[in-house]
Design a protein around this ligand. Structure first.
Ligand code: TEU
Length: 566
């Protein structure tokens, strides 16, 4: 195995461009529409590059813009080498890349290699003729006792198998039935995928975000899963499967070599132990684990959810921050296009919207790892409301509603769950201004998804001119991170671990030290002074100083402090 020189180890940390970077995630259909069809597009993104440069981000992760029938909004790819017309043309994409590069910004493409669309020509040919060159590209099996080949469930609910009339067999789909899984155990499949990686490397992309990349290896023989698995039934046979590490190494050797690009894996169900084998030399540079966003998750079929506690959140962050040190690196995120809006989930979007949005930004930008900011997070955008099932666009939420209605429930019975979990929350269009349609699309057209009604209050225009807005604070925190390398690479040490409301930690790098205090509650709480010698307060999300009482600091609701000594 050749080890790529750009992989992270304690010694090579400072040589990686992505170590000090902040990456901005764009969900293309909801960012900026340029041609008044109600759907965001690539020229729209180009129009907003000044905004991103001002924000201080170094790269964008562009959600899938390949040809797609949109069963899962681009995560079902019908042609990996073409741009879907709704987003523009290949020439538009090249302009985006060049404009980014001129600004010294990078472009990370989202690549879905676990599955394709059922409308991809490989699947069309595989379904029509098992003897075609693509006959074995997917996972086909005869049924069992008149039903599916095994008991595996799809991540989106229901069986992971669909019967195909043409081929007279079942095919596996760990997501929607329009997203058949590729058979990675077939070397021809792997080669075809590496060719795609190569195609995009030839186009000078700077990296890939690899969708559900730890789902690519399935236990051979496809045995039944434990029916009492509290996660998705069968997932012990397809998450972090036996050959994932081997496939990742092969992908890196065959397709990436020593090119200086970033590979970040999306890896649901990843533990720190797994990360140690998938992240590192010749594999992923970093991975998105799901542990902090699973703390409040309940049953995947019922979409029940519970309460997360600060103890659990602190424990999870501490485990990852210390577990990936020193030879490893974290991908940091609080939200993305699949998750509820962070301020509505980990903060208080009603009573302390501003305080909690800025406190969460402080967390996100003072940890060891590469922070990913999902569009709108820098404004404190919130979850939205749904009046009826007709307003729900996301495939996962629609499938959930179908199952619940079929079981006799009404929309009112499940509205709470839908409003919390639906991925649509993260996909409401970007709020640029208080004009009709929020500056996302022409005021005369209907956007593909309704704008969150709070756009008149929460929008870029309003926040840009206000030096204390969430947006200005976000920008300031990015600057702070860039000015103090200790915030990027320093060792993380948890502090005040028994505190009920405050998440506190230190960051240590040789002589440089930092202390971070984050009040996660809507109450005033007190903490002992723990800032180190020579450290001074360099950031707070309140405009007046915190009071002291008997040597203890009184932190107001969601108050955040950063102290640094250099
Ligand atoms: O997400 C993987 C994934 O596991 C999510 O489906 C997540 O668990 C769920 O949405 C939580 O509600 C990736 C993409 O990010 C997602 O948008 C795609 O739908 C999915 O893969 C399939 O490609």
């Amino acid at each position: 195995m050749s080890t790529s020189p750009h992989r992270v180890t304690a010694d090579t940390l400072d040589n990686q461009w992505w170590v000090g970077a902040v990456i901005y995630q764009i969900y293309p259909r909801s960012f900026q529409d340029s041609n008044a069809d109600g759907v965001g597009d690539i020229p729209g993104i180009i129009d907003r590059l000044d905004y991103l440069e001002d924000l201080g981000v170094d790269a964008i992760w562009l959600g899938p813009v390949y040809e797609t029938p949109d069963a899962d909004f681009g995560y079902d790819i019908a042609n990996y080498r073409a741009i879907d017309p709704q987003f523009g043309t290949m020439a538009d994409w090249e302009t985006l890349r060049d404009d980014l590069h001129e600004r010294d910004m990078r472009l990370i493409m989202d690549l879905v290699l676990n599955h394709t669309s059922d409308e991809h020509e490989w699947f069309q040919s595989s379904r029509a003729d098992p003897k075609s060159p693509y006959g074995d590209f997917y996972i086909w099996r005869p049924g069992r006792n008149g039903g599916p080949p095994n008991n595996w469930e799809s991540v989106f609910g229901g069986s992971a198998w669909t019967y195909d009339e043409a081929r007279e067999e079942y095919y596996l789909h760990l997501f929607d039935q329009k997203q058949p899984d590729l058979d990675w155990s077939n070397p021809a499949v792997r080669q075809a995928l590496y060719d795609i990686v190569d195609f995009w490397l030839e186009q000078a992309v700077d990296g890939f975000r690899l969708d559900v990349i730890n789902f690519i290896s399935k236990t051979s023989g496809l045995p039944d899963g434990d029916p009492y698995n509290t996660s998705v039934v069968g997932s012990e046979h397809f998450i972090n499967g036996p050959a994932v590490g081997e496939y990742l190494q092969e992908l890196c050797n065959e397709a990436i070599g020593d090119k200086d690009i970033l590979i970040v894996g999306e890896t649901p169900g990843l533990t720190v132990e797994d990360a140690k084998s998938f992240v590192g030399p010749g594999r992923l540079d970093m991975a998105f684990h799901f542990e902090h966003v699973s703390l409040d998750a309940g049953d995947p079929e019922d979409w029940t959810y519970g309460e997360w506690t600060l103890d659990e959140l602190r424990e999870t962050y501490t485990r990852w921050q210390t577990g990936m040190y020193p030879d490893g690196w974290n991908a940091l995120y609080l939200g993305n296009h699949d998750q509820p809006r962070p301020v509505s989930r980990f903060g208080d979007d009603e009573r302390f919207w501003y305080e909690s949005a800025t406190m969460l930004a402080t967390l996100q930008l003072t940890l060891r790892g590469t922070p990913f900011a999902y569009q709108g997070e820098e404004l404190g955008m919130t979850n939205t409301n749904f009046e009826s099932p007709a307003e729900v666009a996301d495939v996962e939420a629609r499938r959930y509603i179908e199952r619940q209605l079929a079981a006799g429930k009404t929309f009112d019975d499940i509205r709470h769950e839908v409003e919390f979990r639906s991925r649509d929350n993260a996909r409401t269009p970007m709020q640029w201004s208080d004009e009709l349609n929020a500056g996302f699309t022409d005021p005369t057209v209907e956007p593909w998804f309704p704008i969150n009604p709070n756009y008149t209050e929460i929008n870029v225009e309003k926040q840009s001119s206000d030096p204390s807005s969430v947006l200005s604070v976000y920008r300031r925190l990015i600057e702070l991170r860039k000015a103090h390398h200790v915030l990027v690479v320093g060792r993380f040490v948890p502090m005040l671990e028994d505190h009920a409301d405050v998440f506190a930690y230190k960051r240590l790098m040789e002589a440089a030290t930092a202390t971070v205090l984050l009040n996660f509650s809507g109450m005033e709480v007190s903490v002992p002074s723990i800032e180190g010698e020579g450290e001074s307060l360099v950031f707070t999300n309140y405009t007046t100083s915190a009071a002291k009482k008997d040597d203890r600091l009184l932190l107001r609701p969601y108050e955040a402090h950063v102290y640094i000594a250099v």
